[in-house]
Design a protein around this ligand. Structure first.
Ligand code: SF4
Length: 129
């Protein structure tokens, strides 16, 4: 049996609110054994997720045809696994939606089968409307 503990610590800045608390999470044998500096439950939850399964909201643009603008700003409905963000962005680079689009419309459903829709962040009217 290997008695040597695998220890690591990670310093993080919480991005949940403007306080930007800086804390540290210590991990031993893949378990969080100590967490300091995150001053509220939301921050502690953020830190825990950040070291176990980090996620990010994806904001980007996609092409729109017959619209008064060439690009539509979109945002992921909920945060996506951080390691999938680039793959999601590549996927969206290959699609075009058709105007008109309303803010809040799900313009691309279930991206990469992750159960998250991409949502339009603004209205874009069709040309000639
Ligand atoms: S730990 Fe709490 S108070 Fe500090 S930045 Fe995060 S959410 Fe804000």
């Amino acid at each position: 049996m290997n008695n040597q503990e695998q220890k690591a610590s990670k310093r993080l800045t919480c991005i949940v609110c403007p306080m930007s608390c800086v804390g540290e999470v210590e991990i031993a044998d893949n378990q969080i054994v100590r967490m300091v500096g995150f001053t509220c439950k939301r921050g502690q939850e953020y830190a825990k997720n950040e070291v176990t399964a980090p996620k990010r909201v994806l904001t980007t643009t996609i092409r729109i045809s017959k619209g008064v603008l060439p690009l539509l700003p979109v945002v992921s409905q909920t945060p996506l696994p951080k390691e999938k963000i680039i793959e999601c962005a590549r996927c969206l680079a290959n699609i075009t939606v058709k105007a008109p689009v309303r803010e809040g419309d799900a313009v691309y459903k279930d991206i990469l089968g992750l159960g998250v829709d991409m949502i339009a962040s603004r209205d874009i009217e069709a040309v000639g409307k």
